[in-house]
Write a protein that binds this ligand. Sequence first.
Ligand code: HEM
Length: 243
Amino acid sequence: MEGSKTHSSESMPGDLSEALKEATKEVHEQAESTEFMKNFQRGQVSLQEFKMVMASLYYIYSALEEEIERNKDHPAYIPVYFPAELHRTTALQEDLEYFYGPLWREEISCPESTQKYVNRLHYVGQHEPELLVAHAYTRYLGDLSGGQVLKKIAQKALHLPSTGEGLEFFTFEGVSNATKFKQLYRSRMNSIEMDPATKKRVLEEAKRAFLLNVQVFEELQRFVSQSHENGHPAQQKPELRTR
Ligand code: HEM
């Protein structure tokens, strides 16, 4: 049952893509139902909150894509290496410049939970590269799925221009059909040679990746709630360090 099915775009039971979807079902529900994400889905997101998420995503994708580049020739990553179609760092840089202005690098800071996620990405990329696919799956397939709904919500809630400025992150220029691309991505994941023990570790890592995302949202939510309690909206430069 561990065999790969490179000849078919249909995933089979036992394939990595199916196993990942199944293994992360519960944590996906957890991620969707965080306070931050629930509010976001209701269109309850302020510009300041959105700017904070985008800054966190910038740190996360910079780390993820730095590690992907390091491992682009690793047999456990080659099949899912799609920089032109998927990589988001440049898009996020453009969005941050749109929201924060030309000095955006000096305006943003990396919250603690985001730093924890970044540290894990570097650790995996440098010490356990066979697990990197779990992180790429968690972010990129998510962005190509629910991310498209979130784009429309943000555009409406924040009155962003229909030209897509500020939302480059959600716009995959190199992917004309997200459903087809996801199928291709799944079949490429399924073509990675993997023994059962490694597969198990990849599934665990994907769950961990989801939980790291949940913690990023929870920390942002704590900051938002605190600033509401203090009677003022979220500040541009969050001081999220707790100690
Ligand atoms: C898939 C919605 C948050 C990761 C999906 C799908 C939807 C969705 C509709 C497509 C399901 C399908 O095609 O079968 C949402 C919504 C979210 C959210 C509304 C938040 C409000 C997240 C987060 C992550 C994530 C935070 C991880 C960081 C994924 C992944 C998939 C996915 C990896 C692909 C599953 C697979 O086909 O294997 N999401 N999602 N999602 N989402 Fe989310």
